[in-house]
Write a protein that binds this ligand. Structure first.
Ligand SMILES: Cc1cc2nc3c(=O)[nH]c(=O)nc-3n(C[C@H](O)[C@H](O)[C@H](O)COP(=O)(O)OP(=O)(O)OC[C@H]3O[C@@H](n4cnc5c(N)ncnc54)[C@H](O)[C@@H]3O)c2cc1C
Length: 403
């Protein structure tokens, strides 16, 4: 029976784990450690409603102060964890304090990857936290031109918001089209068309070799083809790396994240969840997901397993992104190594649904402005419907195109 649980990371996964522990009957001492000063808040609206200026930060708090108080946890916010001693069962804080535990949840998420140069001048932004977002929002208000390095989901969402604000936007990526790794060439091609039709200057297939500056302020971006993009604000959105620096030397297995088994267990008495966790999905193999819903689902299972359950974590993953007036929703696996087939609607109608498959069965489902159909197609992902069977069944009326 555990008497002292520490959760490191006070965001979606950490909060969910703390709540699940209490719900499952854990009555001992609960401590939540977070390096941000803010109580838990939601990240997806940062690059959408908050950046656009439609919402203020109070809209994205994940729980009211009363609900947080009901958890009867000690909240150590603005207090980074700096080390872990799994033998002595202690978390070491940056200020030198040591917090003992007999159960530990690691939920430290991910931090933005940086370019090896250029981050020391004003006007160069990263985007992960509320503070990053407010700084970027301020910057966009006074910028005329923006260069976005990286055409993944964050870069693409920010490009959309910046174009809606009528800024001059250039989005740069060494790969041939936006989000091609996640979605494959066909869908990425449609995303490229979407951004170009909205006025984004898309520079794909080129890298960034330097950020240029004048008097301590960024002035633009040098590209690998010898060209230069002028910009008075640069967003670097080139992916995120799991936040495991504080675990160096702990003896935990740190590959692409904290390596866990299928029960989200990293070591005796230690589980991990959310963006920081790389776990063994029973059906698919080792995975790490940077998806909002995964943070909640995984933290719930990890907390139960910390209390003694033995539940393998085998979700049908879910991810969405909003760009301009397009909502993309994805269940399961979608990628450039998979078959892709549109099964309802068409891109010209600006709403369609598609399946991904691995030659045998359905691995993923994607909808473009068809939210209701996303849930229907999820069944094929969950059931791993044979590819031909799924293709044959859908046109017979299972899916009707309508929002
Ligand atoms: C701008 C943005 C938009 C997004 N949009 C979408 C979307 O549309 N759809 C979607 O599915 N997903 C989206 N995501 C991803 C989603 O938000 C993440 O998957 C989710 O936040 C992961 O939750 P987490 O708790 O695992 O990690 P995080 O939310 O990263 O939380 C980890 C917390 O731990 C803290 N921490 C890190 N190191 C330490 C330490 N040493 N000590 C103490 N605390 C520490 C961090 O500061 C952070 O507060 C978006 C992410 C971002 C950044």
């Amino acid at each position: 029976m555990l008497s002292q649980v520490v959760v490191v990371g006070a965001s979606a996964a950490g909060l969910t784990a703390a709540e699940a522990l209490r719900r499952e009957g854990f009555a001992g001492e609960l401590t939540v450690i977070g390096d941000e000063v803010h109580p838990p808040y939601d990240r997806p609206p940062l690059s959408k409603q908050i950046l656009r200026g439609g919402w203020e930060p109070d809209r994205i708090v994940l729980r009211t102060a009363d609900l947080l108080a009901d958890l009867k946890a000690s909240w150590l916010l603005g207090t980074p964890a700096a080390g872990l001693d799994p033998v002595g069962r202690k978390v070491v804080l940056a200020d030198g304090r040591e917090i003992g535990y007999d159960g530990l949840v690691i939920a430290t998420g991910a931090t933005p990857r940086r370019l090896p140069f250029g981050h020391d001048v004003a006007g160069v932004h990263l985007l992960r936290t509320l503070d990053d977002t407010l700084a970027l929002r301020d910057g966009l208000r006074s910028a005329g031109s923006v260069a976005i390095v990286g055409a993944g989901f964050l870069g693409a969402e920010v490009a959309a918001v910046a174009r809606e604000a009528r800024l001059e936007v250039t989005m740069i990526d060494p790969l041939p089209a936006p989000m091609i790794r996640q979605f494959g060439a066909e869908l990425a091609g449609l995303l490229a068309q979407l951004h170009q039709s909205r006025g984004v200057n898309l520079r794909c297939g080129v890298g960034v070799t330097a950020l240029t500056g004048d008097d301590g302020r960024v002035t633009g971006v040098d590209l690998s083809d010898g060209s230069h993009v002028t910009a008075d604000l640069v967003l670097v959105a080139i992916g995120a790396i799991p936040a495991t620096t504080w675990l160096a030397g702990s003896g935990l297995s740190l590959g692409d994240g904290v390596e866990c088994d299928q029960y989200c267990v990293a070591a005796p008495g230690i589980v991990a969840a959310g963006d920081v966790a790389s776990w063994h999905h029973p059906g698919i193999g080792r995975r790490r997901l940077e998806h909002r819903m995964n943070a909640t689902e995984q933290a719930t299972i990890a907390a139960k397993n910390l209390l003694g359950a033995q539940l393998p974590f085998a979700p049908v993953s879910y991810f969405w992104t909003d760009q301009y007036d397009v909502k993309l929703q994805v269940y399961g696996r979608s990628g450039d190594d998979l078959d892709f087939r549109i099964v309802a609607g068409t891109p010209t109608e600006d709403r369609f649904a598609a399946l991904y498959g691995n030659g045998h069965h359905v691995t993923g489902a994607l909808t473009w402005n068809l939210p209701r159909q996303a849930r229907l197609l999820r069944t094929h992902v969950a059931n791993q419907t044979p590819w031909q069977e799924a293709l044959a069944s859908i046109p017979t009326g299972e899916l009707e195109v309508g929002r």
